[in-house]
Ligand binder design. Sequence first.
Ligand code: NAD
Length: 259
Amino acid sequence: MSGQNRVAGKVIIITGAASGLGKADAQRLAEEGARLVLTDINAEAGQRVADSCDALFVEQDVSSEAGWHELVATTVEQFGRLDGLVNNAGIAHVANIATETTEQWHKILRVHLDGTFFGCRAAVPEMAKSGGGSIINMSSTAALVGISPYLAYSAAKGGIRAMTKSIAMYCREQKNNIRCNSVHPGSISTPMVHNALETLSGIKLMEQDDPEAARKAMGIGEPLDVANMVLFLASDESKHINGAELVVDNGDTIGQSAR
Ligand SMILES: NC(=O)c1ccc[n+]([C@@H]2O[C@H](COP(=O)([O-])OP(=O)(O)OC[C@H]3O[C@@H](n4cnc5c(N)ncnc54)[C@H](O)[C@@H]3O)[C@@H](O)[C@H]2O)c1
């Protein structure tokens, strides 16, 4: 896809950028002229993605409070401003109300909820100094409908959905020109979903004869589908969209087909 400079010059942090959706977001935003700071716990893969899009890579665990302060300080030191934050890093764990452990429950909430909270709290003052910005919080359709094997994940993503609206209202009241929206993908072809598919159904998507045809047949989207939404939200094209939940699921959650 050719670049039209839709986010030219904007300084944007993307977490969990070593893989899947974060990697696709980085590549798409870079094509459109963003100056990126990418983070992940996987330093080797994260650095590779950063090299491919001329970005700065910072090793970071989003659930660590201290790391956030340093990350935002490094970004502003390096680029002089902060225009966007994509809180994308995440983990999934298959467990329902009968099987969830306390340890896994806390781990999932720490990465998704603490990580998103720390990120937003660190970013808002710097974005305000930069004259505004766009925060994009990666939620899920699991925040919108019940999915039994994702108990903690659903709770975390539902929390992100609600936190996003609270932050959007705060920023609106402050008139600081910061927007905060949540994105709700359905199943998208990334390592996270490949692992879940294998655990839940024994299907190894990438080992099918034609993985691309199998993906389409199963109604699974591709990372670019989400990256294009992230690009829109990061750009000024979405300047009147705040506190919204943008669903990217080809209609999976809108209703029930005739039978
Ligand atoms: N793929 C989907 O279908 C789908 C659907 C809805 C929501 N999501 C959400 O999108 C986001 C990205 O998921 P993905 O499918 O690309 O998964 P992925 O596993 O391919 O990528 C997740 C990335 O996050 C990183 N990460 C994990 N824990 C981290 C931490 N504590 N600190 C920093 N980085 C960390 C991983 O190293 C990895 O690079 C997640 O928040 C996920 O919940 C994905």
